[in-house]
Design a binder for this molecule. Sequence first.
Ligand code: ADP
Ligand code: MG
Length: 404
Amino acid sequence: MEIETETVVTNNENNSEDIDIKTDKVEHYENFEDLELKTNLLRGIFAMGFEKPSAIQQKAIKPLIDKRDIIAQAQSGTGKTGTFSIGMLERIDENLNETQAVILAHTRELAYQIQNVIESLGKFMNLRMNLCIGGTTIRDNINELLENPHIVIGTPGRVLDMINKKALNTRNLRILILDEADEMLSKIFLNQIYDIFRFLPNNIQVALFSATMTPEFFNLTKCFMRDPIKILVKTNELTLEGIQQYFVNVERNDFKYDTICDLYKSFSISQSIIYCNSRRIVEELAHRLIENNFAISYIHGDMTQEERNNIMQEFRSGQSRVLISTDLLARGIDIQQVSVVINFDVPNNIESYLHRIGRSGRFGRKGTAINFVTYYDIKKLHEIEKYYGTEIQEMPSNLESIFT
Ligand code: ADP
Ligand code: MG
């Protein structure tokens, strides 16, 4: 296999060991037919309305079918879920009554969404799957897993629990997929992921997907991946051209509320997500807006799973149009109608910025991102611009030009 000479991610100078963070040259498959997939899988793909594979699908499905470990990076909204789902489904033996694939995601909402995609893609196949997430009844989950579903989609905590309880049988696992892989290997989940690995067959195929990857992330992957194929994107090519990015200078936190009220008429025409940096700010903003008769809904990790499900269902169906959220929904969530993202607070984490704005502009659609900037945030905003090699312009007063 040819290797491109250009290094995509610079090596962390503190690392004594050399990491080979280069993108591998792989063959492109410009049509789904060329991948020689099972007929019923191909039917599922076309029934989804996928006509041609996206760029990442052209490159990354084949190595998955070929049982290669893979680290695959691609911009937000470019079809990574389809990539690993199609690759995984081709690897599943429908006649084998064993759990063969585990897909891990960082939130229950994302796990649920992935399950829906796999159900659609696999609807002509003879598949059984289990959604293995917190906030559901443990007993039911155990019983479902004891029937050896072909595919388990879950969050790390519950999956580990089910392995420990000997409900999830890992003996015949062929493939492990981590979506939002850099988040999955962050401090929050790393120990759980390591613990899960202890129960996996040695020769299991591992596939990692995300829009963002750091040198530290690559460093961590070394200990559990075997000669992975790497498909990477340069940081300055990560922001999408279709997403216009603006800032509004609100000067002080106190002035953010009036600004959001002024803007509401314009952005609520399209579906939109407003991000705040804490659960407390989400609640405060939401309550204030609701008191003043603005139609909004809100979500964060401190709500019951039932509440979270209801809010997501209403937002997905378009019944609610403006959703206020923490970073719970920064990554992965795919709602094609969302065309405006507002950072009520500029995120503290540089990766988070890219994921948040990537909730709009899905699969080539147009999107708008608006950042509320206080004096204190100006430096952060410049750092974001520099890191992604992108431009965040001051929002024009003529709003019609940006929301239509
Ligand atoms: P990512 O994980 O890369 O951010 P997703 O997998 O969530 O992106 O896909 C974004 C959107 O693109 C989804 O709504 C999905 O249905 C759509 N999509 C994916 N692949 C294709 C394709 N080949 N043709 C048309 N639409 C696609
Ligand atoms: Mg995704």
